[in-house]
Design a protein around this ligand. Structure first.
Ligand SMILES: Nc1nc(=O)c2c([nH]1)NC[C@@H]1CN(c3ccc(C(=O)N[C@@H](CCC(=O)O)C(=O)O)cc3)CN21
Ligand SMILES: CC(C)C(=O)C(=O)O
Ligand SMILES: [Mg+2]
Length: 291
């Protein structure tokens, strides 16, 4: 079994608690208690996905307080079509890398499809692997009322859980990628799902592809923070898939994405410059050689 990184063992120093999640000067890892305190202060916070140590270290140095090792690694890192084929072994390896690359962010590991649907005991066995072998501080799983027993056992066992309702991509074969919570009946179901995960002990809940007005209402009603993705501006936190927001994802991205850079173009141009110089004989130069 992999050893936990030293940063994991660092005891909580109360001296830097109570500071802003983003822009604070704390050096220890963010905890779920810090997340709860941010909701009480009405503070908004950013979350990004991460799938490898080097990228995660960039986000950690930029001050991103919470990172999700998303099963979106399936389509954004591992070359699958969807998140459905991703295995717990894969999530464990990627989560361990992200933990090793960071020292301040709270790392949430996504439980992949098939690793918790059998019931609470399977969920606890899977979550325990992510906590013990990868060193994550929390796990995420999809589903509201349907997953409340899983959430409850994990929380009772000492594993913080981030819930995920609205569009739940692991159910793509049943529900497609469609806006959730449109219409009175669907809105009532989403509210019941939100309350169910809070009652089960989740420390936060992702709202994916939900009408902005409904996400705002859920955010007002709950005492745990909401993390929106395609859910409008009123949620407590916002999450985006990192390859989408930095313009690395090839092909179509969801319309709620804002692209803050175009890494695909930057990397493509740099690679072509290298290739042209190799073919043209202008790389390497004297300063790139040893004697
Ligand atoms: N690259 C990437 N970005 C994501 O945000 C993401 C993933 N992958 N994989 C896992 C899930 C799947 N997600 C998705 C996938 C598709 C849509 C999508 O096609 N949305 C339509 C709107 C559909 C509608 O209006 O009903 C869109 O055009 O944005 C949205 C979220 C979000 N997650
Ligand atoms: C889109 C986020 C919330 C996610 O679950 C993932 O990246 O896997
Ligand atoms: Mg996911």
């Amino acid at each position: 079994m992999t050893q936990l990184p030293a940063a994991q063992n660092a005891q909580i120093k109360s001296s830097d608690s109570g500071k802003a999640l983003y822009g604070g000067k704390g050096t220890r890892r963010i905890t779920v208690r810090d997340i709860a305190a941010a909701k009480e202060r009405g503070e908004k916070w950013p979350m990004l996905t991460a799938y490898d140590a080097m990228t995660a270290s960039v986000f950690d140095e930029a001050g991103i307080p919470v990172m999700l090792v998303g099963d979106s690694a399936g389509n954004c890192h591992l070359g699958y079509e969807t998140t459905v084929p991703v295995t717990l072994d894969e999530m464990t390896m990627l989560s361990a890398a992200v933990v090793r690359g960071t020292s301040r962010a709270l790392i949430v590991g996504d439980l992949p499809f098939g690793s918790y649907q059998e019931g609470p005991v399977q969920a606890l066995r899977s979550a325990t692997r992510l906590v013990k072998e990868a060193g994550v501080q929390a796990v995420k799983l999809e589903g509201g009322e349907r997953s409340h027993e899983q959430i409850r056992l994990l929380v009772e066992s000492g594993i913080p859980v981030m819930a995920h309702i609205g569009l739940t991509p692991q159910s793509v074969n049943a529900m497609g990628y469609r806006v959730q919570g449109r219409g009175e009946e669907a809105a009532q179901q989403l509210l019941r799902d939100a309350k169910a995960v809070q009652d089960a002990g989740a420390f936060a809940v992702v709202l994916e592809l939900v009408p902005a007005e409904l996400a705002a209402e859920v955010t007002r009603v709950l005492h745990i923070p909401t993390v929106g993705i395609g859910a409008g501006p009123e949620t407590d936190a916002q999450v985006l898939v990192w390859t989408d927001m930095l313009g690395l994802t090839g092909g179509r991205v969801p319309k709620f994405v804002k692209q803050y850079a175009n890494l695909r173009e930057v990397m493509g141009n740099a690679v072509k410059a290298f290739a042209d110089e190799v073919v043209g004989g202008t790389f390497p130069q004297e300063e790139n050689s040893v004697h």
